[in-house]
Write a protein that binds this ligand. Structure first.
Ligand SMILES: C[S@@+](CC[C@H](N)C(=O)[O-])C[C@H]1O[C@@H](n2cnc3c(N)ncnc32)[C@H](O)[C@@H]1O
Length: 234
């Protein structure tokens, strides 16, 4: 009977790992391979328009504002906001996504947007001072959101704002492949607490948009995208 204890423990550990990896993927998603066709999905284009509209309803956008778009992708939200502000630093960890954005910037001859590749494992490399930090549909791809929120607070100017748009809790039904999805949507009260812990104040949340599409289980479903805003007062 001796020696059975460690073996049982190992089996239990393996079982736990299998269960966890089946419910929530632990790999990151390779966005490079999706970049070329990203904008072909009209729902993504509409979502960026709705989100830009929701942000401008909540925050007064001015021609002096310096903005960061975190997880900008091909710049769907960046390009909606660019005419309304002074400059946008669009950052992403996918070179493929940024190449698509750079091609658009060249075509449109836009000089107030810069596309910057960032290291997803070291947010401290994210520098600058921004009146507004926005991020659309990226937070659910971030394994540990607390260090990122702290970094957002650090790079937000005094009197600046953070605007996050992402999914309400979706039970893993929004993405048909959950590779690189570390959060199956967010509980707004829990995310409010994370905003507050990072130092943001006057936290508000509202519905920004909805996406109606077949869920992972095949049924048509309405997914709600919220906008959460926080203010840095000091
Ligand atoms: C679902 S896409 C959203 C893109 C864009 N915001 C939009 O609305 O179309 C998520 C984006 O976040 C980027 N991303 C994922 N993890 C990241 C990380 N750790 N740091 C920076 N960007 C990340 C991906 O490369 C991808 O472009």
């Amino acid at each position: 009977m001796q020696g059975r204890g460690p073996i049982s423990l190992l089996l239990i550990l393996i079982l736990i790992i299998i269960v966890i990896s089946n419910t929530m993927n632990i790999e990151t998603r390779n966005f490079d391979k999706d970049a070329a066709s990203w904008d072909e999905n009209p729902a993504r284009v509409k979502l960026a328009q709705d989100v830009a509209h929701a942000i401008s309803n909540q925050i007064v956008l001015t021609p002096r504002m310096r903005v960061m778009d975190f997880g900008c992708g091909t710049g769907l939200l960046t390009l909606q906001m660019q005419p309304l502000v002074n400059a946008i630093t669009a950052v992403d960890s996918s070179k493929g996504m940024l190449d698509m954005l750079r091609a658009k910037l060249a075509k449109l001859k836009l000089t107030n947007v810069s596309a910057t590749l960032i290291d997803p494992d070291n947010y401290n490399t994210m520098a600058g001072c921004y009146d507004l930090v926005v991020s659309n549909m990226t937070l659910h791809h971030i394994r540990e959101i607390k260090p990122l929120m702290a970094q957002f607070h650090k790079i937000t100017a005094s009197a600046g704002h953070l605007c996050i748009t992402d999914l309400d809790l979706d039970e893993g039904q929004f993405h048909h492949d959950n590779t690189g999805v570390f959060h199956f949507g967010f509980s707004r009260p829990a995310l409010r607490r994370t905003f507050a812990e990072a130092g943001f104040e006057d936290i508000q949340d509202t519905k920004a948009a909805e996406v109606v599409k077949p869920a992972k289980n095949g049924e048509m479903r309405r997914f709600i995208v919220f906008l959460m805003t926080g203010h840095k007062t000091k």
